[in-house]
Design a protein around this ligand. Structure first.
Ligand code: SF4
Length: 775
């Protein structure tokens, strides 16, 4: 490997196509009327439309009602994929038969690295354990010209911020914290692998036009308050569902006191309120120095020139007087540090009230570990502010009472803080530096402190998520989220009720010690270090002679076979596999945990299909009966029917497929022979995923008809084939009862667009793309 400090041609390939975007923005203004005021998010989104006229005028009362109404068909500039989700994304991409990706893309090996004894031992162990997956990802990267960042290089969002994010860029990432790049003025959206494939093959990617929430920042951060506290406080106000269907767009005079990386932290955790994404406008004082420091001065120059142009032509700021669907205001001067949790990121408590919250809720009075870093909070400012506190405590002779872990977000940041002595300050105080990877943030944490599974305990982290079992696989571990500086100071007390602003600690020589507010440096005065040259990415040059490494005997990776097209005519002779009772999330349909290992192997991961579902017939989880009355697990019966050529459907209740965008929840039923999912209602993203994989999602016209169906009933359709071919008639599901032979005619509805009907007829969206790419 060589020192791959970005060259001029790398930077040029990573620069958003500004001339094209500005031309498109001009066209959008013409279509919508030149006097129409646009938000920043709308400007960037609309300048990435494939066909602005179609997207903005169809179904929107001629452009009057775009938000929540228009279906935007977008052409993103770039795709980033993390190692766990990249596997299925790449397998799907490969089945399209293209020689290279249509847009630049990158792969980041971060999620599968365990944190245990420190980077030096953990990293080689994880590389060994995941070798076949890394070999696959690396060889696919080389073959298709996708930059491959090897294990140890860093966490996807930090690496993207340092290398790819840019003002005005639009990117998709196969990870929910992709919006981190919004801190550098990009529209960056987290998606599933099938959506990423749309961008990789140059097919327009569809997004229902989001509403826009304005977040006005006033005042100036000071003392203990940090950018993390902005989003911790906002999560408390909005709750975990409050951002759904919205983009959060920050503006106001408070921007001037925020660093670029601080803005990234705020956008990162926008995912915790369910926002489509979050974005900051280009702020020359913050963004230009960061772009320069990360070798992208030419992007800063172009962005500054665009930002200086008159309002309508300024792609990088909202039009003055634009309208927001909702507005929140935060005064940074009055902002207190917050602590969020346990178990949900919207349970937000100001630091001054935390002690009484600990007592009232009977949370543990002590905690065992403080963890700083991750993709959310490992900037130079974060690390040096934490260091300033460690220096104060060390000078007073104090050591952390809780175990103290540091997870650098990238090799660049790790090498830089090592050079500047910050890491040394942490390790001398007893801190343990983990690999530049997700580790304890995603359940890859082998704790060595003796806390047993099921034992209630507390930890403090500067991460972003705190669902049960998120960190150490123990659902009783209470994860409190806070800024890195607060986590650091509190680790010296080891008590959850310690307030470092007002409380003192005793030093070994019996004196009283109180922390002074943290202080840090936004950017390193000596510049960023490149670090270990082995952690640099492969060049983005496709090489058709590289064969993609998939061992046919692998149990973790399997080539995807194309799904068969829809039969010519109505569906006949389907059987109800399971009538699901109650809530059915994507986790119910495709469980995570140990199954994550099989994300690249559809046959193996399909063995978990619907194992969390309750059968309305048997009343039991994952227990159904075949026609002869014999009992099976749901995936076992599905496999048996697949081998017998027996097609099937699922019947379910409301909001089927809620939760994540996990595409495996659509792929698996499809692989096992599922043809229809018939419900009272769907979660929107999952419904789209089903259509993309060629499964027909239908809903009852009369919800009460759910009661007329049971497992093993025989089902055929009427009117479906005509609708798939473009008809607008009614669809009926004809149900022949298994026991009585009685017949019910059940009217059903669909939401399939023209494109989606084509996906289903072809067998999947991928089949359509593959046909197109073959010309
Ligand atoms: Fe996701 Fe945590 Fe990794 Fe960030 S550090 S990408 S939140 S798993």
């Amino acid at each position: 490997a060589t020192d791959r400090t970005p060259t001029a041609s790398d930077v040029s390939a990573r620069t958003p196509p500004y001339s094209k975007l500005l031309r498109r923005l001009h066209e959008v203004r013409r279509i919508l009327s030149p006097s129409r005021k646009l938000t920043l998010a709308e400007k960037i989104l609309f300048s990435h439309l494939d066909n602005p006229e179609e997207s903005l005028l169809e179904g929107t009362d001629n452009g009057a009602n775009i938000r929540s109404q228009a279906t935007l068909k977008l052409k993103p500039d770039r795709v980033a994929m993390q190692d766990a989700s990249a596997q299925m994304a790449l397998l799907q991409f490969m089945s399209c038969g293209m020689p290279t990706t249509a847009v630049p893309a990158s792969i980041h090996c971060d999620h599968m690295i365990v944190g245990e004894r420190g980077a030096d031992t953990d990293l080689p162990n994880s590389i060994k354990g995941n070798k076949e997956v890394y070999d696959f990802l690396e060889s696919a990267g080389k073959r298709y010209g996708i930059e491959f960042w090897p294990p140890g290089a860093g966490i996807i969002h930090q690496t993207v911020l340092e290398n790819y994010a840019a003002p005005g860029l639009m990117m998709l990432g196969t990870d929910s914290h992709t919006p981190n790049a919004g801190g550098l003025g990009a529209i960056a959206i987290g998606v599933g692998g099938a959506d990423a494939v749309d961008a990789l093959v140059d097919a327009p990617w569809e997004l229902k036009a989001p509403k826009i929430r304005g977040a006005r920042l006033e005042g100036k951060l000071s003392g203990w308050a940090s950018p993390k506290d902005v989003i911790l406080a906002l999560a408390g106000k909005l709750t975990v569902r409050g951002g759904t269907g919205y983009i959060t767009e920050y503006f106001g005079p408070g921007l001037e006191s925020l660093s670029c990386t601080g803005m990234a932290t705020i956008c990162n955790m926008g995912a915790e309120v369910g926002a489509t994404t979050s974005i900051f406008p280009y702020t020359p004082n913050s963004h230009s120095p960061y772009l320069q420091a990360t070798h992208r001065g030419s992007i800063a120059e172009q962005a500054s020139a665009i930002a200086a142009s008159p309002g309508p032509h300024n792609l990088l700021a909202a039009d003055s007087g634009c309208e927001y669907d909702d507005l929140v205001t935060i005064n940074l001067s009055e902002l207190e540090p917050h602590i969020n949790g346990p178990f949900t990121p919207d349970l937000s408590t100001p630091l001054s009230a935390f002690k009484s919250a600990v007592e009232k809720n009977e949370w543990p009075a002590t905690f065992g570990a403080g963890l700083i870093g991750s993709c959310t909070n490992s900037s130079y400012a974060d690390m040096t502010r934490a260091e300033s506190l460690v220096q104060q405590a060390s000078a007073a002779g104090l050591k952390p009472k809780a175990d103290f872990f540091i997870t650098p977000g990238s090799e660049q940041i790790r090498a830089t803080v090592e050079r500047d002595g910050t890491l040394g300050t942490f390790t001398e105080a007893g801190g343990l530096v983990l690999a530049n990877a997700c580790g304890p943030c995603i359940g890859q944490w082998s704790r060595t402190d003796g806390v047993r599974k099921g034992e209630a305990n507390a930890i403090f982290t500067s991460y972003n998520r705190n669902f049960p079992a998120r960190n150490d696989g123990n659902s009783k571990t209470m994860n409190f989220l806070a800024s890195p500086e607060l986590v650091t100071a509190m680790s010296y007390s080891g008590r959850t009720d310690f307030n470092p602003i007002t409380d003192s600690l005793s030093t070994p020589d019996g004196k009283e010690f109180r922390f002074q507010p943290p202080s840090g440096i936004d950017l390193p005065s000596k510049g960023f270090e490149v670090g270990n040259p082995l952690f640099q990415p492969s060049p983005p040059v496709p090489n058709a002679t590289v064969s993609v490494a998939i061992d046919p005997s692998s149990d973790r990776l399997a080539v995807l076979e194309p799904f068969e097209p829809f039969p010519q005519g109505e569906l006949q002779g389907l059987k109800v596999l399971v009538k699901v009772k109650g809530q059915c999330t994507t986790d119910t349909i495709s469980a995570a945990g140990p199954w994550l290992k099989y994300k690249g192997h559809l046959p193996n991961i399909s063995e978990n299909t619907l194992i969390g579902a309750i059968s309305a017939d048997t009343g039991a989880v994952n227990t159904v009966t075949d026609v002869d009355g014999k009992s099976y697990t749901i995936p076992d019966l599905a496999s048996k029917w697949k081998s017998e050529g027996q097609p099937w459907l699922v019947v379910a209740e409301h909001n089927y497929g809620e939760g994540s965008a996990r595409e495996h929840a659509a792929l698996q039923p499809r692989y096992l022979g599922g043809k229809i999912i018939l419900t009272k209602s769907f979660a929107r993203i999952h419904e789209t995923n089903l259509k993309k994989q060629g499964v027909v999602p239908l809903t009852f016209v009369n919800e009460a008809d759910y009661d007329k169906m049971n497992g093993c009933d025989e089902v055929s359709t009427e009117g479906l084939y005509d609708v798939l071919q473009g008809g607008d008639g009614d669809i009926t599901v004809v149900v022949k009862k298994k026991d009585s032979g009685e017949t019910h005619r059940i009217p059903v509805k669909h939401t399939m667009s023209k494109d989606q009907r084509a996906f289903i007829l072809a067998g999947s969206a991928l089949n359509v793309l593959a046909q197109k790419s073959k010309g």
